[in-house]
Design a protein around this ligand. Sequence first.
Ligand SMILES: *[C@@H]1O[C@H](CO)[C@@H](O)[C@H](O)[C@H]1NC(C)=O
Ligand SMILES: *[C@@H]1O[C@H](CO)[C@@H](O)[C@H](O)[C@H]1NC(C)=O
Ligand SMILES: *[C@@H]1O[C@H](CO)[C@@H](O)[C@H](O)[C@H]1NC(C)=O
Ligand SMILES: *[C@@H]1O[C@H](CO)[C@@H](O)[C@H](O)[C@H]1NC(C)=O
Ligand SMILES: *[C@@H]1O[C@H](CO)[C@@H](O)[C@H](O)[C@H]1NC(C)=O
Ligand SMILES: *[C@@H]1O[C@H](CO)[C@@H](O)[C@H](O)[C@H]1NC(C)=O
Ligand SMILES: *[C@@H]1O[C@H](CO)[C@@H](O)[C@H](O)[C@H]1NC(C)=O
Ligand SMILES: *[C@@H]1O[C@H](CO)[C@@H](O)[C@H](O)[C@H]1NC(C)=O
Ligand SMILES: *[C@@H]1O[C@H](CO)[C@@H](O)[C@H](O)[C@H]1NC(C)=O
Length: 229
Amino acid sequence: MTGTKWLLLSVPFWVILSCLHVQLTNAQMLHPNEVTALNGIKKSLVDPLDHLKNWGSGDPCNKTWTGVICYNTTLRDGYLHVLELQLLKMNLSGTLSPAVGNLTYMNILDVMWNKITGSIPDEVGNITSLKLLLLNGNQLSGSLPDSIGYLPNLDRIQIDQNNISGPIPKSFANLNMTKHFHMNNNSLSGQIPRELSRLPKLVHLLLDNNNLSGDLPEELSEMPSLLIM
Ligand SMILES: *[C@@H]1O[C@H](CO)[C@@H](O)[C@H](O)[C@H]1NC(C)=O
Ligand SMILES: *[C@@H]1O[C@H](CO)[C@@H](O)[C@H](O)[C@H]1NC(C)=O
Ligand SMILES: *[C@@H]1O[C@H](CO)[C@@H](O)[C@H](O)[C@H]1NC(C)=O
Ligand SMILES: *[C@@H]1O[C@H](CO)[C@@H](O)[C@H](O)[C@H]1NC(C)=O
Ligand SMILES: *[C@@H]1O[C@H](CO)[C@@H](O)[C@H](O)[C@H]1NC(C)=O
Ligand SMILES: *[C@@H]1O[C@H](CO)[C@@H](O)[C@H](O)[C@H]1NC(C)=O
Ligand SMILES: *[C@@H]1O[C@H](CO)[C@@H](O)[C@H](O)[C@H]1NC(C)=O
Ligand SMILES: *[C@@H]1O[C@H](CO)[C@@H](O)[C@H](O)[C@H]1NC(C)=O
Ligand SMILES: *[C@@H]1O[C@H](CO)[C@@H](O)[C@H](O)[C@H]1NC(C)=O
């Protein structure tokens, strides 16, 4: 047997070759877990104007899936990841799937000005890279998940003009990177947590037209960055 033949027939050679192949084909692909998540998101939405008709074929990061914006290079795991989901003003109804929580590298979740119903999934709290959570102008109900209060990079939460009920979670006092709380025109109830006063970066605190009760905590006057309440 010549050396070449021996190499071609040997198992390790094919193992190395197929590893190389996986590496090369991964180079421009969205992580499979995120492809599954996107399909789950589409499945729970109702899309009468067929804005998402091109979702489902090809790679979502190949600029063909409307509203899906990916990182432009692969991360250390060798895959692309979703950076933004931009689904504003698309006449979407239906619900927001918990699968959204599996887009764990996402910075912007934007579904503003649709007709989405149901509640905000707890799983949104798994998107630790999230900076902008833009859900305003829908028909969301249910209460605010505690888990959102632990998002370490959240810059802005806009849930205004929905029908969200229940209290403002005390956990929101952990959102020390957040500049904007837009929560007006919902059905939030209970007291404004005095713990919110320790938020160092909060600039806008919009809570009008809700069903809040109790005292306005005195401590809110000491918020260092607040401009509009
Ligand atoms: C991306 O789309 C282009 C053409 O639109 C195609 O040639 C290419 O093979 C696609 N790449 C992947 C990874 O799907
Ligand atoms: C890749 O993304 C970065 C950060 O978003 C951006 O600054 C850069 O211009 C992008 N590169 C290309 C080739 O699009
Ligand atoms: C889409 O939504 C806009 C704003 O809500 C509305 O004016 C328009 O009639 C809707 N279009 C369709 C075809 O449902
Ligand atoms: C998120 O991904 C994990 C791992 O693939 C999967 O087990 C889980 O069902 C997914 N969650 C949702 C809500 O789809
Ligand atoms: C995602 O969020 C859900 C609900 O908050 C939680 O039960 C689950 O453990 C989280 N998964 C991960 C991987 O963090
Ligand atoms: C909003 O929620 C409140 C309390 O859950 C409920 O009483 C009310 O009917 C809802 N309003 C709309 C427009 O859905
Ligand atoms: C926010 O809180 C975290 C955890 O307590 C801390 O590590 C971080 O330095 C804080 N950031 C700011 C801007 O206060
Ligand atoms: C907010 O709620 C108030 C009081 O119910 C209402 O007058 C106003 O029109 C609402 N704003 C929007 C933009 O829905
Ligand atoms: C507002 O809260 C009161 C109790 O504090 C309750 O009786 C009422 O039903 C609530 N209204 C709405 C629209 O949620």
